[in-house]
Write a protein that binds this ligand. Sequence first.
Ligand SMILES: NC(=O)c1ccc[n+]([C@@H]2O[C@H](COP(=O)([O-])OP(=O)(O)OC[C@H]3O[C@@H](n4cnc5c(N)ncnc54)[C@H](O)[C@@H]3O)[C@@H](O)[C@H]2O)c1
Length: 442
Amino acid sequence: MSHSEVLRFRDGPLTLGVIGLGYVGLPLAVEAAEAGIRVVGLDVSQRVVDLLNRGESHIQDVPAERVAALVQAGRLEATADPARLGECDAISICVPTPLSKTRDPDVSYIVSASEAVAGALRKGQLVTLESTTYPGTTREILLPVLERSGLKVGSDFYLCFSPERVDPGNPHWGTHNTPKVIGGITPLCTEVGAAFYARFIETMVPVSSAEAAELTKILENTFRSINIGLANETAVIADRLGVDVWEVIDAASTKPFGFMRFLPGPGLGGHCIPVDPHYLSWKMRTLNYRTRFIELASEINSEMPRFILGKAREALNRAGKSVKGARVLVLGVAYKPNIDDLRESPALDIIELLEDDGAEVAYHDPFVASIPEGEPGGPRSSVDLDRDALSDADVVMVITDHAGLDLNLVWENAPRIVDARDAFRRRGFPVADSWIVKGEAE
Ligand SMILES: NC(=O)c1ccc[n+]([C@@H]2O[C@H](COP(=O)([O-])OP(=O)(O)OC[C@H]3O[C@@H](n4cnc5c(N)ncnc54)[C@H](O)[C@@H]3O)[C@@H](O)[C@H]2O)c1
């Protein structure tokens, strides 16, 4: 027989508070609201609050029509007032977890969100941290702040960690159909949390503790970082050997078992893969353990912008030109195809490295109208992609191959092309080599 609290969270009328309405929080809020749950979204950005309350959306994966319909129906509302958390039965925390300048975890957003929850905490509430973080955060940071209220976890309120796995731009896997791992501070916390999320997420995966859920998320992202690191090192190895890395990866991918395809590229980007493994490294340093795989992958991955820059230098050199004074057109600055996210994008590092070497750099990206001031390579605006822009450039670099990129136009007009994504070969263009796909012969 299920505990009455589990039944309340499974079936009862509930209000959900979502703290942080970004790439993770907004899809979650919309999914829950569409499942009939009343949602109050809390964000420190008044701009985001106003925009959502007008029925607009600042997240590419969430169409404004979905937001507008929910706002109009009174099922979704945004606010900057933390006192509104008092109305909520469940509270999900989706705030950023960046690295500090010294590449240590910056948990200040989690701390301030916990303070906001503590200020409104009442009996019977479920609090779930979704932000990616190191194992121990839920128990060591959130729990003490919440228990200052005198309320007891597991009986008066429930506390869980349940990582978000959203993959922005992925047309098949969203919040609703991606299985969700959850681990509570007590077994009842896990049961209550899983019962609640199952209202709008197809498959729940309960684990035995908050720490197990925290480590699961970091394992997933570390797995990607390390395998991308291996693909990148293979690219460097193949380059020295004079072998085409793309051909080798394609051939290895024909093995029906025991091999998983990862691709090399210009470097890691986004808020997750380059950042999250360092949360674990930091935690393990406090336990006197050095996470060698993580460090090595990070070192290899962060050398890739220079590797790609080296290819532009080589392409120019073959034509008797130098990077200094060269006109370079960068195609795609978002960190991956078909999205507008610039966070940690290696394209920005490449632009900065090119400029440090004296190149004149322009970029084109249909998803990113401008690179803001304060970002490497910013401020600057996207230029139009036309014959003149392409033929005026000494070298064109494909850093992110968005789906709509007119490869024919680029191929016909650019004198030299460095392709960091294998875009041309994959589409059957007669490429000259793995990276410098068009230009003077060696
Ligand atoms: N972006 C992804 O693809 C992705 C995927 C899985 C997990 N995650 C994790 O989810 C978390 C959130 O990432 P994101 O990409 O949604 O970040 P984001 O920057 O898109 O959104 C975070 C939002 O939180 C708001 N915020 C910050 N502090 C706040 C506070 N104290 N109270 C209320 N609002 C506050 C910000 O204004 C912003 O709107 C991170 O831990 C991230 O690692 C992200």
